[in-house]
Design a protein around this ligand. Structure first.
Ligand code: BGC
Length: 322
């Protein structure tokens, strides 16, 4: 099992990274933070990530996990709510793998924070539907069902008053509008009541930088669901990204170990109830007609036997009547 991976957390204002000891979920060296270049284009961010990874002497085979604040499918950024629009459609996995020289796996930032909480933090051993909501510039969400991630849940973009609800209740809204804790908690109450109604979660974990002030707003919320602060705080992204990189690297290794056929390709995966086999029309041996013949023969034999028995009985009757 891979014990060490490197985690990078790409945020709107800073890019942070550190090697992670995956047996404990702790950083194995002090993390480094470099301001996010502005504008945060793919090229400029790739340079910063490369500089950050190179400043640590990590072995060549160590996988690197990177968080990104967007929907990420197969390593490609599909949205760009709070980052430069030029990211949309960028294959972030390939870009960063090429630049850093390490195998890079990219994941949505909230999904990474969620993975970290589920493996090492407030969600350990939690089953059912667990929601990890991060409050920052935007609102991120990670959804787990019995420990399995449902990737790219975007619960910060529930429509509200003609915009995404994150404009109204993210930590950035509290700062922008200079809201006191009570007023902001009122907005959080509306949000969490809605999310609770929609998903009936068993646990809600609140992350993001502001979660270190959880005593100022979590006790003001009135919900049926237990709601707790994240435990990993600022490091959740780095730890979750590293954990994901390990998982992805191990899955790849397992695939490589599957036995190959003589042609070098992987043996076909059995498909339950897949395409029915085609019958060869030239084949004269049609098992179904054979069966029919067999059935017909048996019926005739039975009929003949009954006829014979009836005849025997009749002649016996006639004999008796004589
Ligand atoms: C983005 C999410 C991201 C969240 C937190 C939202 O605006 O759409 O993908 O997880 O911000 O950064």
């Amino acid at each position: 099992m891979i014990k060490k991976a490197f985690g990078v957390d790409i945020g709107g204002s800073g890019i942070k990274g550190a090697p992670v000891d995956l047996s404990t979920g702790a950083l194995s060296a002090d993390r480094l933070r470099i301001p996010t270049p502005q504008p945060s284009t793919p090229d400029a961010v790739a340079d910063t990530v490369t500089a950050l990874v190179e400043s640590f002497e990590i072995g060549r085979g160590v996988p690197v996990g990177v968080t990104f604040p967007a929907v990420v499918q197969d390593g490609v950024a599909m949205t760009a709510a709070n980052v430069d629009q030029s990211w949309i459609g960028t294959d972030v996995d390939s870009l960063l793998t090429e630049r850093t020289g390490h195998e890079v796996f990219v994941v949505n930032d909230a999904d990474a924070a969620g993975i970290a909480e589920m493996e090492f933090g407030a969600g350990r051993r939690s089953r059912g539907v667990v929601l990890v909501i991060t409050l920052g510039t935007g609102v991120g969400s990670a959804m787990f069902v019995d420990g399995r991630l449902v990737p790219n849940a975007e619960l910060g973009h529930i429509p509200y008053q003609g915009a995404s609800i994150e404009r109204y209740m993210a930590e950035s809204a509290r700062e922008r509008e200079n809201l006191d804790w009570e007023t902001w908690a009122g907005r959080l109450q509306e949000y969490f009541s809605l999310v609770e109604f929609l998903f009936s979660p068993t646990l809600i974990i609140v992350g993001g930088g502001v979660s270190k002030h959880h005593r100022k707003f979590l006790p003001l919320l009135d919900l049926h669901t237990p709601i707790v602060p994240a435990e990993l705080r600022n490091e959740a992204g780095i730890v979750g990204a590293a954990a994901l990189a390990r998982r992805a690297e191990e899955e790849k290794a397992a695939l490589r170990q599957r036995p190959r056929t003589a042609t070098g390709s992987f043996p076909p995966v059995p498909t339950g109830g897949g395409t029915p086999e085609k019958k060869d029309p030239s084949s004269k041996k049609d098992p179904s007609s054979k069966k029919k013949k067999k059935k017909k023969g048996r019926k005739e034999r039975e009929k003949a036997a009954m006829k014979k028995t009836a005849e025997q009985a009749r002649s016996a009757d006639m004999e008796a009547a004589k």
